[in-house]
Design a protein around this ligand. Structure first.
Ligand SMILES: *[C@@H]1O[C@H](CO)[C@@H](O)[C@H](O)[C@H]1NC(C)=O
Ligand SMILES: *[C@@H]1O[C@H](CO)[C@@H](O)[C@H](O)[C@H]1NC(C)=O
Ligand SMILES: *[C@@H]1O[C@H](CO)[C@@H](O)[C@H](O)[C@H]1NC(C)=O
Ligand SMILES: *[C@@H]1O[C@H](CO)[C@@H](O)[C@H](O)[C@H]1NC(C)=O
Ligand SMILES: *[C@@H]1O[C@H](CO)[C@@H](O)[C@H](O)[C@H]1NC(C)=O
Length: 307
């Protein structure tokens, strides 16, 4: 019994330490993903190819009607592929500035890494020695979650978010050459409106775009459940939702509030389980962990709000 307890406490302590050491997602952009396909060296051919891309891709993306550009420069083994996408509600000058900054930051945040993705509010950039342009696979998904939760029932909120993103995704895939759409949906008295935005790279077919969005929208309840705001951003498609306005211009779509959920069943009475000593022990540990988690949450507050 004593050994079991010791094992349990040791395990709990390990989990707790791991938790405390986990760096929270940075609060502010840029967010980056550094790849694992090797490094380049200062002044080598690969670096020179990245520099050439950085000299032209920001202009090409901002000059394009869809605020999107891809390119590759060089030959094997030093070929570099790049993709830049600006948000569909942005303008050309903001786009060019964002992609220019992205090239600079990528080379610092993922120093000498051949594969770097950097994400900002108005744009994102990936360059790589891997030909990711050849597929529509939505690699390098980053999850940005607002740590604040809704007060409404979580499953009702999640379903409303998915309904909004589904409808917005239908529109972006089928009706927009930018593969971009925004939407608003009524919700409840605490959060009267949910705002959503979806986007695919504009080179995707309507079917590929919808399927890409379908995959991340389906992932929403696992990754962002009940969060008052969040984003899933992959190289090929992304979404964002908030309970406050965040996009420019009027929404592409306006959805009515979903029907009110049925009243919850009455709470069961006379169910007061008495805890055995071992359960009490576990409960103490549970509350201890909760308090420490809260402390961790509190300490990380200035950093943890990713939205
Ligand atoms: C790279 O080139 C710069 C400018 O020509 C030079 O100052 C620097 O020493 C070079 N670095 C390496 C590692 O060769
Ligand atoms: C930018 O566009 C020009 C003109 O279309 C093209 O020649 C050039 O290769 C492009 N640059 C990149 C990095 O795609
Ligand atoms: C472009 O967008 C930026 C950021 O939203 C804004 O500050 C700027 O005024 C806009 N420029 C034009 C020409 O609309
Ligand atoms: C959203 O669309 C998917 C299909 O892409 C569907 O399975 C899901 O039920 C829809 N969710 C809502 C809440 O409409
Ligand atoms: C596309 O636009 C048309 C005309 O505005 C509209 O009737 C249709 O519902 C839209 N399709 C989607 C999937 O939103």
């Amino acid at each position: 019994m004593a050994t079991r307890h010791r094992t349990f406490y040791r395990l709990a302590a390990t989990i707790l330490i791991a938790f405390l050491l986990t760096p929270p997602t940075a609060a502010q952009p840029p967010w980056q993903i550094c790849g694992k396909s090797g490094n380049y060296a200062a002044n080598d051919t690969y670096q020179s190819n990245i520099r050439q891309l950085s000299a032209t891709l920001p202009k090409n993306a901002s000059a394009s009607r869809t605020l999107f550009a891809t390119s590759s420069i060089g030959s094997l083994p030093n070929i570099a592929y790049a993709l830049a996408l600006c948000r569909g509600d942005g303008n050309a000058s903001a786009c060019e500035a964002c992609v220019t900054t992205a090239f600079q930051d990528a080379q610092q945040l993922c120093a000498f890494n051949k594969d770097a993705t950097v994400i900002y509010d108005p744009c994102y950039l990936r360059f790589s020695n891997q030909n990711f342009l050849a597929t529509t696979s939505n690699d390098n998904i980053i999850v940005l979650k607002n740590t604040q939760s809704v007060s409404s029932p979580v499953d009702v909120f999640d379903a409303a978010v998915q309904t909004l993103l589904n409808a917005t995704g239908d529109y972006a895939a089928a009706n927009s050459s930018r593969r971009f759409a925004t939407g608003e949906e009524g919700f409840d008295t605490t959060n009267p409106t949910i705002y959503g935005l979806v986007q695919c790279t504009p080179d995707m077919s309507p079917a590929d775009c919808r399927s890409c969005l379908g995959d991340i929208i389906t992932q929403m309840p696992q990754d962002l459940s009940g969060s008052i705001g969040g984003r899933l951003i992959g190289v090929r498609c992304n979404f964002r939702y908030e309970v406050v306005p965040f996009f420019s211009g009027s929404p592409t779509l306006r959805l009515p509030a979903p029907p009110a959920p049925p009243a919850p069943p009455p709470a069961p009475v006379n169910v007061t389980p008495t805890a055995t000593p071992r359960e009490e022990n576990r409960q103490t540990m549970f509350w201890l962990l909760c308090c420490l988690s809260l402390l961790q949450f509190w300490l990380s507050l200035p950093f943890a709000f990713v939205i």
